[in-house]
Structures are given as C-alpha cells and as structure tokens.
Write a protein that binds this ligand. Structure first.
Ligand SMILES: [Mg+2]
Ligand SMILES: [Zn+2]
Length: 193
C-alpha cells in the first residue's frame, strides 16, 4: 500500500516566522508545534517538510547552513515528542536570485508542486490521501496542484494580501483554515480515523 503524508511548510508552520531565518539561535519552536508532533508520533504517515529558502538565493545563508537549521528543528521536535521528520526538501532558487547559481525558473519553488511530487516518488506517497499545511497561499496552491488537501494556518504574518506572481491561481482556496499547527493536525487525524 502506498504511504500517506503530511507536507509541512517550515517557517511560520513548524517554527516562528522571523523573516529570513539564517541562524540556529533564532529558531523558535512554539508549543502548538510540540503538541502537534506529540499527536503525530502515533500516526502512520510520512512527515515531509517542503520549504522555499530565498535566504540561499539571496546569499544570506549557504545550503549547508540551511541544512543545519533543518537538522536542528528535526532534533528539537524529536527530543520533545519522539516524532521524527522523514525529510526536508528545500528550494534554493529564485527567478531574481542575487546569486547567479540559483537564478532560475525551477520546478520546485512553491506554488509549483515539484517538491511534493519528488517526495511522492521518493517515498511512494499517494498524494490524494495526503495533506499540505502552510501559512501562505503559495503553499496552498502547491498542495492543491499536487492533488493533496490543504490547510492554511493563520499565524498573523501573512494575513495581508499575498504578492501575486503569474503562476498563482487565486481561485484556489484551502480546504480548511485554522489558527495553529495543532489545530491543523487534529483535523487531519480526525479525517484519517
Ligand atoms: Mg511559511
Ligand atoms: Zn527550486
């Protein structure tokens, strides 16, 4: 049987969004994230993070430094909840990247569904049985395009209107909207049982 998955955006979903997070010391994991993963530790599903990291394309942090931050988040959650994140996928690209190396119109930058599709191949995931949780409409569009159901978390950072790019279909709206990650995970677990 194929696996089901929850896809998480990182900043503003797992950790507090402080805008352009570049240092481990600045990682803040709120209590509702801990509650969410305590709940998920007993649930059979892949836990996958899919994150656009413009700090890389802007030259503010290296791929390695972002990997270290991801590792730190994974370790903190594992220590506090016994729940392990299966994999972090990161898009380092941007069409207007400061660093030429990362300047491209890639297939992985959300709202494109590339990272979710890659994970589905890597982990044999049935996307129609899976969910995407994010705090921006670009997360919701990526999840929807991949064939997942979606939950928008309103943490406050992105309540203003999103910056619209050509590849955003704003007729797409989340299946659910809630206030934090714990509420989102409760919706999914209830749906799965
Ligand atoms: Mg975010
Ligand atoms: Zn990319």
């Amino acid at each position: 049987m194929p696996n089901r998955a929850i896809f998480f955006d990182r900043d503003g979903v797992l950790n507090k969004d402080i805008h352009l997070l570049c240092k481990i010391d600045d990682v803040i994991i709120p209590p509702d994230t801990i509650d969410a993963f305590k709940l998920l530790s007993g649930v059979e599903c892949k836990k996958i993070v899919v994150s656009n990291q413009t700090v890389i394309s802007r030259g503010l942090a290296s791929e390695n430094e972002v990997d270290n931050i991801n590792q730190h988040i994974d370790n903190a959650i594992l220590t506090l909840t016994s729940c392990k994140i299966d994999r972090f996928y990161t898009c380092p690209h941007h069409p207007d990247a400061t660093l030429e190396k990362y300047r491209k119109n890639c297939d992985c930058r959300k709202p494109k569904p590339g990272m979710l599709q890659e994970a589905a191949e890597d982990y044999d995931i049935d996307l129609t049985q899976s969910w995407m949780i994010g705090d921006r409409i670009s997360d919701i569009i990526a999840g929807h395009r991949a064939g997942c159901r979606t939950i928008l978390i309103q943490t406050g950072m992105h309540k203003e209107k999103p910056i619209i790019s050509d590849d955003m279909d704003l007729s797409i709206s989340p299946d659910y909207t809630c206030n934090n990650l714990h509420e989102a995970v409760l919706i999914i677990v209830k749906d799965w049982t």
